[in-house]
Design a protein around this ligand. Structure first.
Ligand code: PMP
Length: 361
Protein backbone atom coordinates (compact mmCIF):
# COMPACT_ATOMS: atom_id res chain seq x y z
CA UNK A 1 0.00 0.00 0.00
CA UNK A 2 1.31 3.42 -0.90
CA UNK A 3 -0.45 6.59 0.23
CA UNK A 4 0.42 9.84 -1.51
CA UNK A 5 0.52 13.30 -0.05
CA UNK A 6 -2.96 14.41 -1.05
CA UNK A 7 -3.41 18.19 -1.32
CA UNK A 8 -7.00 18.00 -2.56
CA UNK A 9 -9.34 20.87 -1.64
CA UNK A 10 -12.09 18.40 -0.84
CA UNK A 11 -12.96 15.61 -0.51
CA UNK A 12 -9.64 15.60 1.25
CA UNK A 13 -7.17 13.71 3.37
CA UNK A 14 -8.56 12.13 6.56
CA UNK A 15 -6.68 10.95 9.66
CA UNK A 16 -5.14 7.54 9.00
CA UNK A 17 -6.08 6.13 12.43
CA UNK A 18 -9.72 6.97 11.62
CA UNK A 19 -9.54 5.17 8.28
CA UNK A 20 -7.93 2.20 9.99
CA UNK A 21 -10.58 2.06 12.68
CA UNK A 22 -13.33 2.30 10.06
CA UNK A 23 -11.67 -0.53 8.14
CA UNK A 24 -11.40 -2.67 11.26
CA UNK A 25 -15.07 -2.06 12.08
CA UNK A 26 -16.30 -2.41 8.51
CA UNK A 27 -17.81 -5.90 8.69
CA UNK A 28 -18.79 -6.03 12.34
CA UNK A 29 -19.32 -2.80 14.22
CA UNK A 30 -18.59 -3.48 17.89
CA UNK A 31 -20.20 -6.91 17.98
CA UNK A 32 -23.37 -5.83 16.19
CA UNK A 33 -22.61 -8.30 13.40
CA UNK A 34 -23.05 -5.66 10.73
CA UNK A 35 -21.39 -2.64 9.20
CA UNK A 36 -22.55 0.85 10.23
CA UNK A 37 -23.46 1.17 6.56
CA UNK A 38 -25.99 -1.63 6.93
CA UNK A 39 -27.53 -0.56 10.18
CA UNK A 40 -30.99 0.92 10.79
CA UNK A 41 -30.65 4.54 11.77
CA UNK A 42 -33.46 3.85 14.26
CA UNK A 43 -31.43 1.22 16.09
CA UNK A 44 -30.05 1.79 19.59
CA UNK A 45 -26.55 1.16 18.41
CA UNK A 46 -26.82 3.86 15.73
CA UNK A 47 -28.51 6.31 18.09
CA UNK A 48 -25.44 6.04 20.30
CA UNK A 49 -23.17 6.80 17.33
CA UNK A 50 -25.00 10.00 16.37
CA UNK A 51 -25.46 11.10 19.99
CA UNK A 52 -21.76 10.71 20.69
CA UNK A 53 -20.83 12.50 17.47
CA UNK A 54 -22.99 15.44 18.49
CA UNK A 55 -21.71 15.52 22.06
CA UNK A 56 -18.07 15.31 20.95
CA UNK A 57 -18.52 18.10 18.41
CA UNK A 58 -20.18 20.21 21.11
CA UNK A 59 -17.17 19.66 23.37
CA UNK A 60 -14.61 20.29 20.62
CA UNK A 61 -16.12 23.58 19.44
CA UNK A 62 -17.51 24.59 22.84
CA UNK A 63 -20.96 24.93 21.29
CA UNK A 64 -23.24 26.61 23.87
CA UNK A 65 -26.41 24.84 24.95
CA UNK A 66 -28.65 27.35 23.15
CA UNK A 67 -27.34 26.16 19.79
CA UNK A 68 -28.50 23.02 17.98
CA UNK A 69 -26.12 20.87 15.97
CA UNK A 70 -27.63 19.33 12.83
CA UNK A 71 -26.24 16.69 10.48
CA UNK A 72 -27.82 17.36 7.09
CA UNK A 73 -27.37 16.44 3.43
CA UNK A 74 -27.07 18.48 0.27
CA UNK A 75 -23.64 20.02 0.82
CA UNK A 76 -22.77 23.65 1.32
CA UNK A 77 -24.69 24.46 -1.84
CA UNK A 78 -28.03 23.43 -0.34
CA UNK A 79 -27.27 25.70 2.60
CA UNK A 80 -27.11 28.65 0.23
CA UNK A 81 -30.83 28.04 -0.44
CA UNK A 82 -31.80 26.91 3.06
CA UNK A 83 -30.35 30.01 4.68
CA UNK A 84 -32.34 32.26 2.36
CA UNK A 85 -35.60 30.27 2.58
CA UNK A 86 -35.49 29.99 6.36
CA UNK A 87 -34.01 33.29 7.43
CA UNK A 88 -34.61 35.96 4.76
CA UNK A 89 -37.96 36.92 6.25
CA UNK A 90 -37.78 40.54 5.11
CA UNK A 91 -36.84 39.51 1.59
CA UNK A 92 -33.53 41.35 2.07
CA UNK A 93 -30.13 40.18 3.29
CA UNK A 94 -26.55 41.48 3.13
CA UNK A 95 -23.73 39.49 1.55
CA UNK A 96 -19.97 39.92 1.82
CA UNK A 97 -18.51 38.61 -1.41
CA UNK A 98 -15.04 37.15 -0.95
CA UNK A 99 -14.98 34.46 -3.61
CA UNK A 100 -16.89 32.07 -5.82
CA UNK A 101 -18.76 30.36 -3.00
CA UNK A 102 -20.04 33.57 -1.43
CA UNK A 103 -21.03 34.69 -4.91
CA UNK A 104 -22.95 31.48 -5.47
CA UNK A 105 -24.70 31.93 -2.13
CA UNK A 106 -25.65 35.46 -3.20
CA UNK A 107 -26.94 34.27 -6.58
CA UNK A 108 -29.00 31.59 -4.87
CA UNK A 109 -30.51 34.11 -2.45
CA UNK A 110 -31.71 36.14 -5.44
CA UNK A 111 -34.22 33.38 -6.15
CA UNK A 112 -35.90 34.07 -2.82
CA UNK A 113 -35.48 37.81 -2.35
CA UNK A 114 -33.28 40.82 -2.93
CA UNK A 115 -29.86 40.29 -1.39
CA UNK A 116 -27.40 43.19 -1.33
CA UNK A 117 -23.64 43.10 -1.75
CA UNK A 118 -22.24 45.20 1.11
CA UNK A 119 -18.58 44.43 0.44
CA UNK A 120 -16.66 42.62 -2.26
CA UNK A 121 -13.06 41.95 -3.20
CA UNK A 122 -13.94 40.87 -6.71
CA UNK A 123 -12.15 43.94 -8.16
CA UNK A 124 -8.96 42.57 -6.56
CA UNK A 125 -9.61 39.12 -7.99
CA UNK A 126 -10.57 37.98 -4.48
CA UNK A 127 -6.97 38.17 -3.33
CA UNK A 128 -7.92 39.72 0.01
CA UNK A 129 -10.73 40.04 2.54
CA UNK A 130 -12.38 43.47 2.21
CA UNK A 131 -12.14 46.03 4.99
CA UNK A 132 -14.87 45.19 7.49
CA UNK A 133 -14.67 48.42 9.49
CA UNK A 134 -17.27 50.60 7.80
CA UNK A 135 -19.76 48.18 6.39
CA UNK A 136 -23.13 49.77 5.66
CA UNK A 137 -25.77 47.25 6.62
CA UNK A 138 -29.15 47.49 4.95
CA UNK A 139 -31.57 48.42 7.76
CA UNK A 140 -34.12 45.75 6.83
CA UNK A 141 -31.56 43.00 6.10
CA UNK A 142 -32.60 39.77 7.82
CA UNK A 143 -29.01 38.54 8.13
CA UNK A 144 -25.45 39.13 7.01
CA UNK A 145 -23.72 36.33 5.09
CA UNK A 146 -19.98 35.65 5.01
CA UNK A 147 -17.74 32.80 3.89
CA UNK A 148 -14.95 32.54 6.44
CA UNK A 149 -12.37 30.67 4.38
CA UNK A 150 -12.34 30.99 0.63
CA UNK A 151 -11.32 27.59 -0.61
CA UNK A 152 -10.64 28.62 -4.19
CA UNK A 153 -8.70 31.84 -3.57
CA UNK A 154 -6.95 30.94 -0.32
CA UNK A 155 -8.13 33.84 1.85
CA UNK A 156 -9.62 33.86 5.32
CA UNK A 157 -11.36 36.35 7.59
CA UNK A 158 -9.10 37.18 10.55
CA UNK A 159 -11.88 38.98 12.36
CA UNK A 160 -15.64 39.02 12.03
CA UNK A 161 -17.85 41.93 11.03
CA UNK A 162 -19.69 43.64 13.85
CA UNK A 163 -23.21 43.28 12.49
CA UNK A 164 -24.77 45.42 15.24
CA UNK A 165 -27.12 42.68 16.32
CA UNK A 166 -28.02 41.35 12.88
CA UNK A 167 -27.79 37.58 12.47
CA UNK A 168 -24.38 36.62 11.10
CA UNK A 169 -24.33 33.50 8.90
CA UNK A 170 -20.99 31.82 8.28
CA UNK A 171 -20.09 29.36 5.55
CA UNK A 172 -17.17 27.79 7.40
CA UNK A 173 -16.89 24.78 5.08
CA UNK A 174 -13.15 24.90 4.48
CA UNK A 175 -11.86 26.02 7.88
CA UNK A 176 -14.30 24.18 10.16
CA UNK A 177 -12.43 22.48 13.04
CA UNK A 178 -9.07 23.80 11.87
CA UNK A 179 -8.99 26.12 14.89
CA UNK A 180 -11.30 27.22 17.71
CA UNK A 181 -14.34 29.19 16.59
CA UNK A 182 -16.41 31.51 18.76
CA UNK A 183 -19.84 30.10 17.98
CA UNK A 184 -21.60 32.88 19.88
CA UNK A 185 -20.63 35.40 17.20
CA UNK A 186 -22.95 33.66 14.74
CA UNK A 187 -26.62 32.87 14.35
CA UNK A 188 -25.82 30.03 12.00
CA UNK A 189 -22.64 28.26 10.92
CA UNK A 190 -22.56 25.61 8.24
CA UNK A 191 -19.83 23.41 6.84
CA UNK A 192 -19.71 20.61 4.31
CA UNK A 193 -17.79 17.79 5.97
CA UNK A 194 -15.52 16.86 3.11
CA UNK A 195 -12.54 19.01 4.09
CA UNK A 196 -11.58 18.65 7.74
CA UNK A 197 -14.40 16.58 9.11
CA UNK A 198 -15.30 13.47 7.15
CA UNK A 199 -16.62 12.13 3.88
CA UNK A 200 -18.75 14.15 1.47
CA UNK A 201 -22.46 13.67 2.05
CA UNK A 202 -22.95 15.25 5.43
CA UNK A 203 -23.21 18.96 6.12
CA UNK A 204 -22.98 20.26 9.64
CA UNK A 205 -25.21 23.15 10.70
CA UNK A 206 -24.94 24.90 14.04
CA UNK A 207 -27.94 27.13 14.60
CA UNK A 208 -28.96 29.35 17.51
CA UNK A 209 -32.24 28.09 18.92
CA UNK A 210 -34.18 31.35 18.56
CA UNK A 211 -33.63 31.21 14.79
CA UNK A 212 -35.65 28.00 14.73
CA UNK A 213 -38.71 30.02 15.66
CA UNK A 214 -38.52 32.17 12.53
CA UNK A 215 -41.13 30.98 10.02
CA UNK A 216 -39.55 29.86 6.76
CA UNK A 217 -41.08 30.90 3.42
CA UNK A 218 -44.34 29.01 3.04
CA UNK A 219 -43.09 27.23 -0.08
CA UNK A 220 -40.06 25.79 1.74
CA UNK A 221 -39.87 22.02 1.27
CA UNK A 222 -40.16 20.09 4.52
CA UNK A 223 -36.66 18.75 4.27
CA UNK A 224 -35.23 22.25 3.84
CA UNK A 225 -36.61 23.55 7.13
CA UNK A 226 -34.06 23.74 9.94
CA UNK A 227 -36.73 23.23 12.59
CA UNK A 228 -37.82 19.88 11.17
CA UNK A 229 -34.27 18.58 11.50
CA UNK A 230 -33.78 20.13 14.92
CA UNK A 231 -37.05 18.67 16.24
CA UNK A 232 -36.10 15.20 15.03
CA UNK A 233 -32.47 15.09 16.13
CA UNK A 234 -31.28 15.14 12.48
CA UNK A 235 -33.36 12.00 11.86
CA UNK A 236 -36.56 13.29 10.27
CA UNK A 237 -35.58 11.05 7.38
CA UNK A 238 -32.63 8.70 6.91
CA UNK A 239 -29.52 10.71 7.72
CA UNK A 240 -26.17 10.20 5.94
CA UNK A 241 -25.55 7.55 8.56
CA UNK A 242 -22.14 6.22 7.60
CA UNK A 243 -20.71 9.68 6.93
CA UNK A 244 -21.86 10.82 10.39
CA UNK A 245 -20.15 7.79 11.94
CA UNK A 246 -16.85 8.75 10.28
CA UNK A 247 -17.26 12.36 11.43
CA UNK A 248 -17.76 11.01 14.94
CA UNK A 249 -14.46 9.12 14.73
CA UNK A 250 -12.74 12.30 13.53
CA UNK A 251 -14.20 14.31 16.46
CA UNK A 252 -12.80 11.75 18.93
CA UNK A 253 -9.48 11.81 17.13
CA UNK A 254 -9.29 15.61 17.37
CA UNK A 255 -10.25 15.58 21.05
CA UNK A 256 -7.45 13.06 21.68
CA UNK A 257 -4.99 15.34 19.89
CA UNK A 258 -5.74 17.96 22.53
CA UNK A 259 -8.66 19.77 20.93
CA UNK A 260 -8.77 22.69 18.53
CA UNK A 261 -6.03 24.79 20.18
CA UNK A 262 -3.58 21.98 19.50
CA UNK A 263 -4.97 21.51 15.99
CA UNK A 264 -4.54 25.23 15.31
CA UNK A 265 -0.94 25.27 16.54
CA UNK A 266 -0.13 22.41 14.19
CA UNK A 267 -1.89 24.08 11.27
CA UNK A 268 -0.02 27.33 11.87
CA UNK A 269 3.29 25.48 11.84
CA UNK A 270 2.45 23.76 8.57
CA UNK A 271 1.21 26.91 6.84
CA UNK A 272 4.29 28.87 7.98
CA UNK A 273 6.61 26.35 6.30
CA UNK A 274 4.90 26.95 2.98
CA UNK A 275 4.30 30.71 3.26
CA UNK A 276 7.83 31.40 4.52
CA UNK A 277 9.21 29.65 1.49
CA UNK A 278 6.83 31.48 -0.87
CA UNK A 279 8.01 34.78 0.63
CA UNK A 280 11.64 34.03 -0.23
CA UNK A 281 11.27 32.11 -3.49
CA UNK A 282 12.29 33.78 -6.72
CA UNK A 283 10.10 31.48 -8.76
CA UNK A 284 6.93 30.85 -6.76
CA UNK A 285 4.70 33.64 -5.48
CA UNK A 286 1.79 33.49 -3.09
CA UNK A 287 -1.43 34.72 -4.73
CA UNK A 288 -3.04 36.58 -1.84
CA UNK A 289 -2.43 39.51 0.46
CA UNK A 290 -0.44 38.43 3.52
CA UNK A 291 -2.98 39.67 6.04
CA UNK A 292 -5.73 37.57 4.42
CA UNK A 293 -3.87 34.27 4.09
CA UNK A 294 -5.72 31.03 4.71
CA UNK A 295 -4.19 28.34 6.91
CA UNK A 296 -5.98 25.70 4.89
CA UNK A 297 -5.70 26.55 1.19
CA UNK A 298 -2.38 27.98 0.04
CA UNK A 299 -2.54 29.42 -3.49
CA UNK A 300 0.57 30.22 -5.48
CA UNK A 301 1.96 30.36 -9.00
CA UNK A 302 5.18 30.69 -10.96
CA UNK A 303 5.76 33.41 -13.52
CA UNK A 304 4.29 31.33 -16.37
CA UNK A 305 1.23 29.11 -16.85
CA UNK A 306 3.39 26.58 -18.76
CA UNK A 307 5.76 26.28 -15.83
CA UNK A 308 2.77 25.88 -13.50
CA UNK A 309 1.63 22.89 -15.56
CA UNK A 310 5.15 21.42 -15.56
CA UNK A 311 5.32 21.84 -11.79
CA UNK A 312 1.96 20.17 -11.19
CA UNK A 313 2.88 17.25 -13.45
CA UNK A 314 6.32 16.82 -11.91
CA UNK A 315 4.89 17.02 -8.41
CA UNK A 316 2.34 14.35 -9.21
CA UNK A 317 5.09 11.97 -10.34
CA UNK A 318 6.96 12.73 -7.13
CA UNK A 319 3.95 11.69 -5.01
CA UNK A 320 2.16 15.03 -4.41
CA UNK A 321 -1.42 14.82 -5.63
CA UNK A 322 -4.02 17.46 -6.44
CA UNK A 323 -1.87 20.58 -6.53
CA UNK A 324 -3.62 22.24 -9.48
CA UNK A 325 -5.48 25.43 -8.60
CA UNK A 326 -9.25 25.55 -9.06
CA UNK A 327 -10.32 25.35 -12.69
CA UNK A 328 -11.42 29.00 -12.56
CA UNK A 329 -8.10 30.39 -11.30
CA UNK A 330 -5.28 28.20 -12.64
CA UNK A 331 -1.94 28.25 -10.81
CA UNK A 332 -1.44 25.97 -7.84
CA UNK A 333 -3.27 25.34 -4.59
CA UNK A 334 -2.01 23.20 -1.75
CA UNK A 335 -4.85 22.39 0.60
CA UNK A 336 -3.22 21.53 3.89
CA UNK A 337 -6.18 20.52 6.01
CA UNK A 338 -5.83 19.13 9.52
CA UNK A 339 -4.80 15.67 8.38
CA UNK A 340 -2.03 16.71 6.01
CA UNK A 341 1.06 15.80 8.01
CA UNK A 342 3.76 18.38 8.61
CA UNK A 343 6.15 16.02 6.83
CA UNK A 344 3.96 16.32 3.72
CA UNK A 345 4.24 20.11 3.69
CA UNK A 346 7.98 19.95 4.31
CA UNK A 347 8.41 17.41 1.51
CA UNK A 348 6.41 19.65 -0.83
CA UNK A 349 8.59 22.66 -0.02
CA UNK A 350 11.72 20.55 -0.59
CA UNK A 351 10.34 19.56 -3.96
CA UNK A 352 9.51 23.21 -4.79
CA UNK A 353 13.09 24.20 -3.93
CA UNK A 354 14.45 21.54 -6.27
CA UNK A 355 12.08 22.69 -9.01
CA UNK A 356 13.13 26.29 -8.48
CA UNK A 357 16.85 25.45 -8.63
CA UNK A 358 16.21 23.49 -11.83
CA UNK A 359 14.21 26.23 -13.55
CA UNK A 360 16.10 29.33 -12.49
CA UNK A 361 19.41 28.05 -13.80
N1 PMP B 1 -18.63 26.70 0.48
C1 PMP B 1 -17.29 26.52 0.44
C2 PMP B 1 -16.43 27.47 1.21
C3 PMP B 1 -16.74 25.48 -0.29
O1 PMP B 1 -15.42 25.31 -0.33
C4 PMP B 1 -17.59 24.61 -1.01
C5 PMP B 1 -17.09 23.43 -1.79
N2 PMP B 1 -15.78 23.26 -1.94
C6 PMP B 1 -18.97 24.85 -0.97
C7 PMP B 1 -19.47 25.89 -0.20
C8 PMP B 1 -19.93 23.99 -1.72
O2 PMP B 1 -20.05 22.80 -1.06
P1 PMP B 1 -20.74 21.50 -1.68
O3 PMP B 1 -19.91 21.07 -2.85
O4 PMP B 1 -20.69 20.56 -0.52
O5 PMP B 1 -22.13 21.87 -2.06
Amino acid sequence: MKRVYNFSAGPAVLPEPVLQQAAAEMLDYQGSGMSVMEMSHRSKVYQKIIDEAEADLRTLLKVPSNYKILFLQGGGTTQFAMVAMNLMTTGVADYIITGQWAKKAFQEAKIYGTPNVIASSEDKNFSEIPDLKNLQYTPEASYVFMCENNTIFGTKFKEYPDTKGKILVNDASSCFLSEPLDVTKFGLIFAGAQKNVGPAGVTIVIIREDLLEISPRDYTPTLLKYKIHADHGSMYNTPPAYAIYICGLVFKYLLNLGGLEAVKANNEKKAAILYDYLDTSKLFKGSVKKSSRSLMNVCFRTNSPELDVAFIEGAKKAGFSNLAGHRSTGGMRASIYNSMPLAGVQALVDYMKEFEAEHLK
